[in-house]
Design a protein around this ligand. Structure first.
Ligand SMILES: Cc1cc2nc3c(=O)[nH]c(=O)nc-3n(C[C@H](O)[C@H](O)[C@H](O)COP(=O)(O)OP(=O)(O)OC[C@H]3O[C@@H](n4cnc5c(N)ncnc54)[C@H](O)[C@@H]3O)c2cc1C
Length: 523
């Protein structure tokens, strides 16, 4: 049995922030992660050049496809190096209903998906936090100070946006548009004046086995890191309702390890935290801890994502790129743009409620043009994560059964976004005279996916333990505490009541820091 002042489950971006905050506030923290600490050699990027123009790179993706691993074959962030970090669905299964697939990309390692994320950190505005019928219990002013702290530690790059829809952050590094991005944005704005772009906001800290937060937590001397231990359930003592700790399975020996602390923070990523809560059943919590109202696992959320990848012609691609491809520091080039939602301003009668933002990069260095639309989808009670009744994973946790489908509004948005991206690309080609080529994987994607709606799975999954002001209609309170067991916090994006169109992690980290400070204040 291991004792601590607080247990944090999951050493990804969110759990690492909680560990940093609680150790800095004087607590002895046991930080438990199901995966190992990655060796330094993983981050040695000299030999990791993933050259998208090299046929071997495409052969690697084709092999994944032939093995039936479509999730990874079309994962734009995958390379021969990073593929080892993503869990393989055939070995680490989850269940989806026939005809309704969901791409759930998971990394099991200290650092989690924080090793591979695109590092885009956009603030969410009040407009989105107060969507009618789907209100958050927090507002921009509650999050702003924490946004700033996170941006500073993670060394955010950007430039003043001059747009109210894109709140400025703390820019530690300067970023600017690439001249070709400027051509793109001017071509677009000339035709559609409401489609205005800002320089994207991207974290620029150095990749390493331990994030800046974990290094800070270590420096306090109060962090005990337990890698390779998968938390299976929360524990109680003697039939009582108070949660006393967690039970974990050692990934190497298979033995059970118990941890005890007066505070337990779940940050194992949205769907994993939900899975742990649902699996924490006892006489007092027959449906799982915090689930008296049956809401845990409901309203899981994903972005509607539309991607386009093109290749710039060889004549303008750099022969010797200045910024080598580094899978652990994506968006390393000081460029990239963000266009906040414009569709409702262009057409107030749109048949869908929420909006989508567009992000993009055009680079002569990488030779690529990327455009991605991320859309806020309609929260729905029928989108749900349950535990499978019969099948368990290798740690003995029932498999996640993910039932998610797009609403009619989401599909209308997808069509609109798809059309808008094509129009904008045409405008760029027409004004620049640059004819785009499709890389082999792009052509493969078109061929296999036809023109149907995308399989959900943008890596931005949220929800399942939503926050609110009312215990009857939410799972956690405005400080991420389970209404039913307030010494348990859910500090990842499981707490999101909606999925604003911005990438979610800056907001989940801000909520995690805010909740940790409240814990310390209450202690
Ligand atoms: C390729 C890619 C690009 C992305 N780009 C962006 C972006 O640009 N901007 C953005 O905002 N977001 C982006 N994301 C999403 C972002 O990475 C996630 O939102 C973020 O990492 C979530 O952090 P987390 O700590 O909640 O979960 P994770 O990072 O997934 O970490 C969860 C941790 O919990 C551990 N764990 C899981 N189960 C257990 C268990 N049972 N017991 C103990 N430990 C457990 C895992 O090993 C892992 O370390 C991207 C994701 C990917 C994969």
């Amino acid at each position: 049995m291991i004792n601590a002042d607080a247990i944090v489950v999951g050493a990804g971006l969110n759990g690492s922030w909680v560990a940093k905050e609680l150790t800095s506030g004087g607590m002895r923290v046991a930080l438990i992660d199901a995966g190992p600490v990655l060796p330094d050699s993983t981050f040695c990027i000299d030999r990791l050049q993933a050259d998208v123009f090299n046929p071997r790179y495409h052969l690697f993706r084709l092999k994944l496809l032939l093995k039936g691993d479509t999730d990874n074959a079309f994962n734009k962030f995958i390379t021969t190096q990073t593929s080892k970090l993503f869990l393989n669905r055939s070995r680490e299964p989850y269940i989806t209903p026939a005809g309704r697939d969901f791409a759930w990309l998971r990394v099991r390692a200290v650092g989690g998906r924080g090793h591979l994320w695109g590092r885009v950190m956009l603030r969410v505005s009040d407009n989105q936090l107060s969507a009618p019928g789907f209100e958050w219990p927090v507002r921009y002013a509650d999050l702003a100070p924490y946004y700033s702290e996170i941006e500073r530690l993670l060394e955010m790059g950007g430039a003043p946006s001059k747009m109210v829809e894109v709140p400025d952050g703390e820019y530690v590094h300067e970023r600017a548009l690439h001249p070709l991005e400027q051509v793109f944005c001017t071509a677009v704005e000339r035709r559609w004046p409401l489609r205005r772009a800002a320089v994207n906001h991207v974290a620029e800290y150095e990749p390493a086995p331990l994030s800046p937060m974990l290094k800070a937590a270590h420096a306090t001397g109060r962090l005990q890191l337990f890698p390779d231990k998968a938390v299976v359930a929360l524990t109680t003592a003697g039939g009582a309702t108070k949660i006393t700790g967690v039970a974990a399975v050692c990934a190497k020996s298979g033995g059970v390890v118990t941890f005890r602390a007066p505070i337990v923070v779940l940050a194992a990523s949205a769907f994993e935290s939900v899975r742990i809560l649902l699996n924490s059943r006892s006489e007092k919590f027959p449906n799982g801890v915090g689930n008296r109202n049956g809401l845990i696992g409901t309203r899981i959320l994903e972005h509607m994502m539309v991607n386009f990848f093109g290749q710039l012609p060889a004549s303008i691609r750099a022969k010797n790129p200045t910024y080598g491809h580094n899978p652990f520091k994506l968006n390393a080039e000081p460029h990239g743009f963000y266009m906040p939602p414009f569709s409702h301003r262009e057409n107030p009668q749109s048949s869908y409620r929420f909006g989508y933002g567009v992000q993009g990069t055009i680079s002569t260095d990488t030779g690529l043009i990327y455009l991605g639309a991320f859309g806020e989808t309609v929260p729905s009670d029928s989108n749900r994560l349950r535990l499978d009744a019969t099948n368990k994973d290798r740690f003995g946790i029932p498999l996640a059964s993910i039932d998610f489908s797009w609403s009619a509004e989401d599909l209308a948005m997808w069509k609109d976004a798809d059309r808008a991206l094509s129009q904008m690309l045409e405008a760029f080609s027409s004004d620049s005279g640059i004819k785009l080529e499709r890389p082999v994987t792009g052509k493969m994607y078109d061929m296999l996916m036809s023109n149907g709606p995308p399989v959900p799975g943008s890596n931005h999954e949220c929800g399942g333990a939503r926050m609110g002001l009312n215990p009857a209609s939410s799972v956690v309170d405005p400080y991420n505490r389970l209404w039913e067991a307030p010494n348990v916090l859910v500090c990842d994006s499981a707490c999101f009541p909606t999925i604003p169109c911005q990438n979610p992690t800056l907001t989940s980290m801000a909520l995690a820091v805010r909740a940790s400070r409240q814990l310390l204040a209450d202690a």
